[in-house]
Design a protein around this ligand. Structure first.
Ligand SMILES: CCCCC/C=C\C/C=C\C/C=C\CC/C=C/C(=O)SCCNC(=O)CCNC(=O)[C@H](O)C(C)(C)COP(=O)(O)OP(=O)(O)OC[C@H]1O[C@@H](n2cnc3c(N)ncnc32)[C@H](O)[C@@H]1OP(=O)(O)O
Ligand SMILES: Cc1cc2nc3c(=O)[nH]c(=O)nc-3n(C[C@H](O)[C@H](O)[C@H](O)COP(=O)(O)OP(=O)(O)OC[C@H]3O[C@@H](n4cnc5c(N)ncnc54)[C@H](O)[C@@H]3O)c2cc1C
Length: 643
């Protein structure tokens, strides 16, 4: 099962080796973080990042090993932007010459980069960005400028205090004409003394949600005051500006400029499964340790994991962690395929890849953020302690619903893709994840054939249900859209329904990939049978949660929905005996979980009690302030209030 979770034996070995390397090195200790002030916290992060970079070089770690090392250090910091956005942006949008110049510097960290796209006034709307890059043919330069307060670059990670360079997205202006938003390599700081370069104002945007989590990252603000950069620092794979000031658009879609975001969105889906698996591991282990009520004749109380309500909240999240792991693997292969096609100037699958990365990023991050909070609640009061590991995990994770594409905005991109697919049905057979829309007749006419709860243990019945639900919602939106004279107005008016239809489409993908994984990639019987149970839990949980869609579209009857719920209860009983095995298969070390409740040895109460005494407030019995502020109250015998 560990290999099934890791994806392969090799992947398991790499991640296991890096997890142990980090867990066994005192430099990467995490428990003290919440007690540090902002400056100490940040300096501590710089120290760890420097030590990690030294480890990577001394041990000659591969790129994959280095990714896992940074992952297990488990601390947002400037290297995330450098490696996950700055380098990929140059790789994806730089010319051969630009890659030849900049990549060696970036890959040896002689320069440290960030991705500066979002501004104070615009994040989702990239075409609305206000920073300008005005071409000066006299000097063969671009003049970077922040014309308004809202054009200030705002949020880029690592930009406040660390990054020496940035990919800055700005409005390209030549002879007063606007030629779209493009990426520019801009140096921010001196490589000699790290001071901001002339014309640049740089700072941190301030503390963020959750103390010890994302405040290890210096998210910055940047303003330009007519800063000049050479013309060859505009990323020119997609579009070019000649020395004469002529703008040329290659015969590649303008959206390749967004390629870095697509790349990160697909990694975010994989990261959702990791984050959710951490929370589920903690909550499952604790639910086995925790006993409450149910004692018979002085015997042990009931383990809370044996309560059906606890199972109904926990096991769908366990199933979701596996579902997101598998759909993340699938999405990565889709992305690798589109990258290979782009090399050959084949853009045929770019729209679908954009829709899948956008939609699955939105689906998995929203479900994971909600799931982590549910896991905190599943642990009762102790889940609210920092030592449970859950509050910090939640604070660390929830921005994923906003960054790399705000979730609703992303689902609206899926809606655009689906609406376009439906409008082309007459003369273009949909393929890939939208292929089911090519079979609308049976999907619209045939209703569910399930007669018993057992009938739901049939992947074909489940797939048909999810395809019919999505098809009926998407087609329904298409038909109502057609009644609007102005398509854009119609899209805006129907955007709520369109987002719901897009979610149905993305859930179909996730369920379908889980079923495909079981049918084609999970060898043997034991593991396969266990994962089949989780696949049915995931699918029937969604069907139950969204049964309004299935009923409203007329595909299901209330009886069939009730049979699905009955089967779900039965499936929970099948998950229960393997619950610990499922979470142990994540192979999360105690260091990574950073949770007293989720300890592998289950030794919770003694360790919870021990952890309490480490709080600095327990350094003394009479803490500072008692004599000055409390004792006078106790002694002044004021009786103005009628008690
Ligand atoms: C700290 C670490 C924690 C763990 C993190 C784990 C993993 C991540 C690792 C590293 C990252 C580290 C931390 C994250 C830091 C965060 C960074 C950021 O947030 S960077 C900024 C992200 N910003 C966005 O995502 C902006 C979202 N907005 C957009 O993408 C576009 O504005 C939008 C919404 C797509 C609209 O674009 P626009 O140009 O206006 O286009 P239209 O909507 O008009 O569409 C025109 C056509 O283009 C197609 N399209 C749009 N985008 C793409 C694309 N990316 N690829 C392909 N095609 C695209 C669109 O479908 C339209 O096509 P049709 O005309 O309909 O055919
Ligand atoms: C922790 C963190 C790290 C970040 N790191 C970086 C970074 O390194 N580099 C970088 O460039 N950016 C970064 N960002 C910025 C991030 O990319 C943006 O915040 C994100 O893209 C969302 O954009 P926004 O803030 O403009 O949200 P908005 O779009 O303003 O969202 C506000 C509300 O408006 C709604 N909305 C917006 N447009 C529409 C529409 N057309 N239809 C319906 N509803 C709509 C949204 O759904 C949302 O509910 C980071 C953000 C965070 C939180």
């Amino acid at each position: 099962m560990k290999v099934a979770w890791a994806g392969s034996r090799e992947a398991f070995q790499v991640s296991d080796r890096m997890a142990k390397l980090v867990a066994n090195d005192p430099v990467f200790e995490k428990f003290s973080k919440p007690m540090l002030g902002r400056k100490e916290l940040f300096k501590n992060t710089l120290r760890k990042a420097a030590y990690a970079w030294k480890l990577i070089n001394d041990l000659r770690l591969t790129e994959e090993e280095a990714k896992w090392l940074r992952h297990y250090i488990d601390e947002p910091n400037y290297t995330d932007l450098h490696w996950e956005m700055f380098v990929p942006a140059i790789e994806g949008q730089g010319t051969k010459e630009q890659k030849k110049k900049w990549l060696p510097l970036a890959q040896t960290m002689q320069i440290i980069g960030t991705y500066a796209q979002t501004e104070l006034g615009h994040g989702s709307n990239v075409q609305g960005l206000e920073t300008t890059a005005t071409f000066d043919r006299q000097t063969d330069e671009f003049v970077m400028h922040s014309p308004t307060l809202t054009s200030s670059k705002w949020w880029p990670g690592g930009m406040a205090k660390v990054a020496t360079h940035a990919i800055v997205y700005a409005r390209l202006i030549i002879d007063g004409l606007f030629h779209g938003v493009h990426g520019f390599i801009v140096q921010l700081r001196s490589l000699e003394d790290h001071s901001p370069l002339p014309g640049l104002t740089l700072g941190d945007i301030g503390m963020k949600f959750g103390h010890g989590t994302y405040n290890t990252m210096d998210n910055g603000v940047l303003r330009f005051d007519h800063v000049r950069i050479p013309r060859n620092q505009m990323l020119m794979r997609v579009s070019q500006v000649t020395k004469e000031g002529k703008y040329a658009q290659s015969d590649v879609p303008r959206q390749l400029l967004y390629g870095t975001m697509v790349s990160v969105r697909q990694t975010i889906v994989a990261d959702a499964s990791k984050a959710l698996s951490r929370a589920v591991c903690i909550a499952t282990r604790y639910s086995v340790v925790r006993r409450q009520f149910g004692s018979r004749n002085g015997g042990p109380e009931t383990q809370v994991i044996d309560y059906k309500t606890q199972q109904s909240r926990l096991f769908p999240l366990l199933a979701s962690a596996y579902a997101f792991r598998f759909v993340g693997e699938w999405l990565k292969s889709l992305y690798i395929d589109v990258k290979q096609r782009l090399e050959a100037n084949d853009f045929s699958t770019l729209p679908e890849t954009h829709a899948c990365t956008a939609g699955l990023k939105a689906l998995t991050t929203a479900a994971t953020a909600d799931g982590i909070e549910e896991c905190r609640k599943l642990c009762g009061g102790h889940g609210y302690l920092i030592s449970s590991g859950l509050p910090e995990l939640f604070a660390f994770y929830v921005p994923a619903c906003s960054y790399e594409g705000e979730n609703v905005v992303m689902m609206l991109q899926v809606a655009r893709f689906l609406v376009k697919t439906v409008s082309n049905l007459g003369y273009k057979q949909p393929v890939g994840t939208a292929a089911y829309l090519g079979r609308v007749t049976p999907l619209l006419q045939n209703n569910c054939a399930v007669q018993t709860a057992e009938d739901w243990l049939n992947p074909d019945a489940i797939l048909e249900a999810f395809e019919a639900r999505a098809a009926r919602m998407v087609i329904g939106c298409g038909e109502r859209l057609a009644m609007f004279e102005n398509p854009e107005e119609g899209f805006a008016e129907l955007s709520i329904d369109l987002v719901e239809a897009s979610l149905a489409h993305c859930q179909l993908i996730t369920v379908s990939v889980f079923i495909q994984k079981l049918n084609h990639e999970i060898p043997g019987n034991g593991v396969k049978r266990s994962l089949e149970v989780l696949c049915y839990v995931y699918a029937l949980f969604l069907l139950h949660k969204h049964q309004g869609d299935f009923l409203a579209t007329g595909y299901l009857t209330p009886k069939q929905a009730s049979l699905a719920n009955e089967q779900l209860r039965t499936l929970y009983s099948k998950v229960r005996p393997n619950a610990i095995a499922f979470v142990d298969s994540f192979n999360h070390m105690d260091h990574y979980l950073c949770s007293v409740l989720g300890r592998y040895d289950g030794n919770v109460y003694p360790k919870l009690y021990e952890a309490a005494w480490k709080d600095p407030l327990n350094d003394s019995d009479i803490v500072d302030g008692i004599q000055q502020y409390v004792q006078p109250i106790l002694k002044q015998k004021l009786h103005y209030a009628k008690l």
